[in-house]
Structures are given as structure tokens and as C-alpha cells.
Design a protein. Structure first.
Length: 239
């Protein structure tokens, strides 16, 4: 990891910390009431730190910028030493590493701030840490999917810049899709976990189905990307 990427990680930590504080500073005065309703407001997937609409817009953009740093420009010299399937697999695991890092930073900031303000005893009682584990898994799978789509667009468009704009547009489009159609499930909807968990409305079957959906879509795009790349006659230079 180069210095630029390390500095960007520090920026993400600072950004998420400031966002958490700005969103929740007014609630902290009422923490003494030990009311789970406060936790619902702080952790909400519709207006809180885990807001799915922010995931589908700003957070996805920040993640794509991180992936852009992790993925190297296409290099014909590297391809001479590595077959195309191995090359795609190499890029894929770099993207997965970026998704894991982004997810850990995002979730860790929330857990540290929440634990520091409410305390672990009440959070255990309310089932917060259990919901964090589910959120961690689904958030990671969501960003792996976005990263796999980015990889697909990178191969198709030929440049990381075009891929970034294309995937960001797709992400924002999917966030608004349920408002204009009868399609009620999009990838980002899978992140609505903590609300249901804290309201005792969690359905493990639904969680597992979302895990299968996100994983299946990621696998599809990965295999399709490998198929297309393997059939290319010429590589376009990254711009």
C-alpha cells in the first residue's frame, strides 16, 4: 500500500468519525436515559450513520476511489507473465481487499463511538454487537459487488475513470429505482439490518437470502468479466 492510499484511509477514518459525530451529537445528551429508541435513531439505515441512500451515493463514491487506488493500470508486461484469467483473479482480490478495508473502517468507527458513549453493557443487552456482525458481512458483500461491477466496467470501458463514473451512476440509479418502479429490492436494500434487529423484527431467512443475492451477483459479474477479458484481442490502455 503506497503513501497516497494510506493517507486516503486516514481521510476515510476522519470523514466517518466527523459524520458520526455531526449526526449524533444531539442524541448524546439523552444517552443517560438508556432508551433503545436512541440507538435506533443513531444506527438507522434511513437517516442515521448507516443511511442506505448515503451508501448508494457518497459512500459508494469514496469506496470506488479507494478501489481505483488499489487496482493498477492494465500492463501488457504483466500480462506477458500471467494468463488473462490469472490477471483478472489478481485484480479481483485487490478489489476484495479494498472492500474489506473500507467496510472495516466504516463499521469500526461506529462501534468505537457507540461503545464509548453508551457503554458495552447496554449494547450487549440490546443486541447491538450481534447486529454489527450481520451489518459487517452484508456491507462487505455489497461493496464487493460494487467493486466487481467496477472491474467489469473497467474491462469493457478500458479506463478506470470511465468505470468509476459508470458504476457511480448505476449505484445512484439503483438507490432511486424503488421510487419509480415496482422493484423493491436493490443491492443497497440489503444493508437495512440494524433497524430490524433493534426492533426485534429480524428474519434470518431474509438475511441469508440477501447474502445469497449479493454473493451470486458478484460471482456472475466476476465470471462474465473473466469471459469477456479472456476473449479480447487487444487491451486498451488505461487513461
Amino acid at each position: 500500500m503506497n503513501t497516497k492510499t494510506k493517507l486516503y484511509i486516514v481521510f476515510l477514518i476522519g470523514f466517518f468519525a466527523i459524520r458520526w459525530w455531526l449526526l449524533n451529537r444531539n442524541y448524546l445528551l439523552d444517552i443517560g436515559s438508556k432508551d433503545i429508541a436512541i440507538l435506533n435513531d443513531i444506527a438507522s439505515s434511513y437517516s442515521g450513520y448507516n443511511d442506505i441512500y448515503v451508501h448508494g451515493s457518497a459512500y459508494t463514491l469514496f469506496y470506488l476511489l479507494l478501489v481505483n487506488m488499489f487496482l493498477p493500470n492494465m500492463n501488457n508486461q504483466v500480462l506477458l507473465r500471467m494468463n488473462r484469467i490469472s490477471y483478472i483473479r489478481w485484480l479481483y482480490w485487490k478489489m476484495v481487499y479494498a472492500a474489506a478495508m473500507f467496510t472495516v473502517v466504516f463499521v469500526s468507527v461506529a462501534v468505537l463511538f457507540m461503545t464509548g458513549t453508551i457503554g458495552p453493557q447496554m449494547l450487549f443487552k440490546w443486541g447491538y454487537y450481534y447486529s454489527v456482525l450481520l451489518t459487517l458481512v452484508l456491507t462487505f458483500l455489497y461493496y464487493v459487488l460494487m467493486g466487481t461491477v467496477f472491474l467489469f466496467m473497467y474491462i469493457v470501458a478500458g479506463t478506470k475513470t470511465k468505470a468509476l463514473f459508470a458504476v457511480y451512476f448505476i449505484s445512484v440509479f439503483l438507490v432511486g429505482l424503488p421510487y419509480f418502479t415496482r422493484i423493491y429490492w436493490t443491492p443497497v436494500i440489503s444493508l437495512v439490518v440494524m433497524d430490524d434487529m433493534l426492533e426485534s423484527n429480524i428474519h434470518i431467512g431474509k438475511i441469508m437470502l440477501n447474502i445469497v443475492k449479493l454473493s451470486g451477483l458478484s460471482l456472475f459479474f466476476y465470471l462474465f468479466t473473466a469471459f469477456i477479458f479472456n476473449g479480447k484481442d487487444l487491451l486498451r490502455k488505461n487513461g
